[in-house]
Design a protein around this ligand. Structure first.
Ligand SMILES: Nc1ncnc2c1ncn2[C@@H]1O[C@H](COP(=O)(O)OP(=O)(O)O)[C@@H](O)[C@H]1O
Ligand SMILES: [Mg+2]
Length: 388
């Protein structure tokens, strides 16, 4: 039985997934007096430590989903590969945000690009669907040099191959074992930016200021907020993100990644139907943050003010900084904590592994230059490349 919205503090809220995104959500929920139950197999995942209840069952198990739906009044997700059927199953008993249909669109790069271009009327990179050897031969020559990406389950640059010509495409498709793919023209990127947008059940929308992102080895390394782009580019990115959530009839928080090209034009690259790594700076830099917004959307409360109060630079902390070559070491946290304006977030993961997301630091300042100087100081302490 679904309860009437809004759901007030004191209610139990459910989270599919118990990683760092669920953890930061649960912390936000606790501020406002909501309780959280996470569904996540495995012992003591990051979110369980700060949630009232942990259902340690597989995400898609019948018993796990039934318990989550029956014991909570609303459910959201922290990972995007939840099958739509699971969300639809939950929706029989609880209010589910985002809806399964919207999550499904984001799970397939071909559907996603088609939706963004045709339904939301937002430009995307020239591309074509590659399902077979015939598709390879039919692909437009103008797409090269290109990137071949698996349509599903790719993240952090995984499942992607650069292909300069048709022969390379044949080999890459073979290498990816002939799974459903998308071939995208490789664009010359001036910058990469993202927008965190929220849409409520009654159609209000709000965007946070634009984030400027730098990746290293396919993984987000640095976010500068607000992005150092023109006001026109910022306004356009926020408008495009809003067009996408409106077209999806979305409820919840969504991140849209964009490429800014040399001529200042924007193309949408992909979307994530949840809070996003590039939006973590909202916690320390804005009047509200992406997790509070997720909470407000799933409880049917009004959206929060997204004004930014402090310029910020976020550094992602991967497990690599716990290693000196193959030897383990503890990063010098005291030195980091001595940097003014440096806010340390660690996700409570038991074991550091290379390339594993362990935490982040957001450096705030009165100006973007000051925030950047502080981020540079933290990077130096942690042996990270200097952020720019
Ligand atoms: N069409 C493209 N042209 C140029 N660079 C691209 C293109 N598509 C992806 N990239 C680069 O590869 C990175 C990862 O691709 P993305 O589609 O975002 O996949 P993931 O799901 O792994 O984040 C992007 O952040 C960007 O740097
Ligand atoms: Mg990406």
């Amino acid at each position: 039985m679904q309860k009437k919205l809004p759901l007030n503090p004191g209610e139990m809220l459910g989270m599919m997934g118990g990683g760092q995104l669920g953890r930061m959500f649960a912390i936000e929920a606790a501020y406002m007096g909501y309780h959280v139950t996470v569904l996540e197999p495995g012992e003591l995942p990051p979110a369980a430590e700060v949630s009232l209840k942990h259902i340690a069952e597989p995400y898609l198990s019948d018993t796990g989903l039934t318990r989550l739906a029956q014991e909570t009044s609303a459910v959201s997700t922290e990972f995007e590969n939840v099958p739509a059927e699971a969300l639809n199953r939950l929706a029989q008993d609880a209010f589910v945000a985002p809806p399964g249909s919207a999550v499904a669109v984001a799970q397939d790069r071909n559907d996603e690009k088609q939706f963004i271009e045709q339904q939301a009327h937002v430009p995307v990179a020239p591309h074509c669907h590659i399902r077979s050897v015939e598709d390879i031969e039919k692909a437009d020559e103008k797409l090269f040099p290109a990137i071949l990406k698996t349509a599903r389950l790719g993240y952090d640059g995984k499942g992607q191959v650069l292909v300069d010509n048709r022969q390379a495409l044949r080999e890459a498709f073979d290498e990816l074992k002939g799974v459903d793919c998308i071939l995208e023209k490789r664009l010359e990127l001036f910058k990469e930016v993202s927008v965190i947008v929220a849409r409520s059940h009654d159609g209000q929308t709000a965007t946070f200021p634009v984030c400027e992102n730098k990746h290293r080895n396919g993984i987000l390394a640095v976010t500068v907020m607000p992005a150092r782009v023109s006001d026109e580019v910022s306004a356009k990115a926020r408008q495009y993100a809003t067009q996408i959530v409106d077209a999806l009839h979305y409820v919840g928080v969504l991140c849209v990644e964009f490429f800014v090209l040399k001529d200042g034009s924007l193309v949408a690259n992909e979307m994530a139907p949840r809070p996003h790594n590039s939006g973590h700076a909202t916690i320390d830099a804005c009047w509200s943050n992406q997790f509070e917004q997720q909470l407000r959307c799933m409880t049917g409360q009004p959206l929060a003010d997204t004004t930014q109060h402090s310029p910020a630079v976020m550094l992602n902390l991967l497990g690599d900084i716990w290693f000196d070559g193959e030897n383990r070491r503890e990063p010098d946290w005291s030195a980091v904590l001595a940097v003014p304006g440096a806010k340390l977030h660690l996700y409570g993961k038991a074991q550091a592994r290379k390339a594993r997301k362990m935490g982040h630091i957001t450096c705030v300042g009165k100006t973007i230059e000051e925030a950047m100087q502080r981020a540079k100081a933290c990077a130096k302490i942690l042996d990270l490349p200097e952020p720019q």
